[in-house]
Write a protein that binds this ligand. Structure first.
Ligand code: IPD
Length: 258
């Protein structure tokens, strides 16, 4: 059964990514969502349709949660959590740091997930209890134990956050410590790059389940740790995401909450 689900997942993610490749650097419609710079393109919808078509052709009874269409709710204990383009702003500006992300939950727990950046030809995949892989090679988080020697990545919400931890203040604290902090513009890729040991840690406030679902499992299966900003057990429906190699997790929590 899991092998069949995996095949569907991979076929769906390729179907979505084909749309990204087809339109990248081309002409397509771009609209603003809730704020001027939170964008949705025609290609987000085309990718989403292609992904859902594949999933629906195999598993018409499964629940779907997808960024643009929302919930296609059913009674199923399987839920596909889809981001048809993560890094839409990058995509709209012709920046090839964007991907398709699909996570699959069974009974409320992540069973498998994949994140594919077709422009770097990087396919990240993980299945619960079976490890994480980049283009079929096993992934492991970094071994760095010292936050002062860490390379971090973060993202900023599109609208100013009235509640919660001020993202600029936290960013400033890490910068003042002299750390390299990057901002790639795709939370799903940020998470996968922590899983690959390229970054030691990532934090962001106000993400959505479709940004995180697959990347969360990929980090856990690569030996990393994901919690909220207090170190509590994580859910992809949480608003605070802290994902690290595990070793610098507590030190990052201290700086975030200073
Ligand atoms: C966005 C990206 C970005 C993050 C935003 C997300 P989208 O997702 O993951 O890195 O900072 O909060 O909304 O809109 O490109 O799917």
């Amino acid at each position: 059964m899991n092998e069949e689900l995996k095949n569907t997942l991979l076929r769906a993610i390729h179907a979505g990514a084909d749309q990204l490749k087809l339109y990248f650097d081309g002409v397509f419609e771009i609209k603003s969502k809730d704020t001027l710079n939170n964008l949705v393109t025609e290609v987000d919808k085309k990718s989403e349709d292609a992904i859902i078509d594949v999933i629906r052709s195999e598993y018409p009874e499964h629940f779907i949660l997808s960024e643009e269409v929302g919930e296609l709710s059913t009674e199923s204990n399987y839920k596909w959590i889809i981001d048809p383009i993560d890094g839409t702003v990058n995509f709209a500006h012709g920046i090839p740091i964007c991907c398709v992300s699909i996570g699959l939950e069974k009974d409320g727990k992540l069973l498998m997930g994949a994140v594919f950046n077709p422009f770097m030809n990087e396919m990240f995949f993980a299945e619960k209890g079976k490890g994480a892989f980049l283009n079929n090679k096993p992934l492991k988080v970094s071994e760095n134990k010292n936050v002062k020697a860490a390379c971090l990545v973060t993202g900023f919400p599109y609208r100013w956050v009235e509640v919660g931890t001020d993202p600029i203040a936290v960013f400033e604290r890490f910068i003042r410590m002299g750390l390299p902090v990057r901002r790639l513009g795709s939370a799903a890729i940020d998470l996968c790059w922590v899983a690959a040991g390229r970054f030691d840690g990532f934090w962001e406030y106000n993400l959505n389940p479709w940004d995180i679902a697959a990347g969360y499992l990929i980090i856990e299966e690569a030996g990393g740790k994901v919690t909220n900003f207090n170190g509590d057990p994580y859910s992809v429906y949480d608003k605070q995401t802290l994902a690290t190699n595990g070793s610098i997790h507590d030190e990052m929590i201290k700086v975030i909450n200073e």
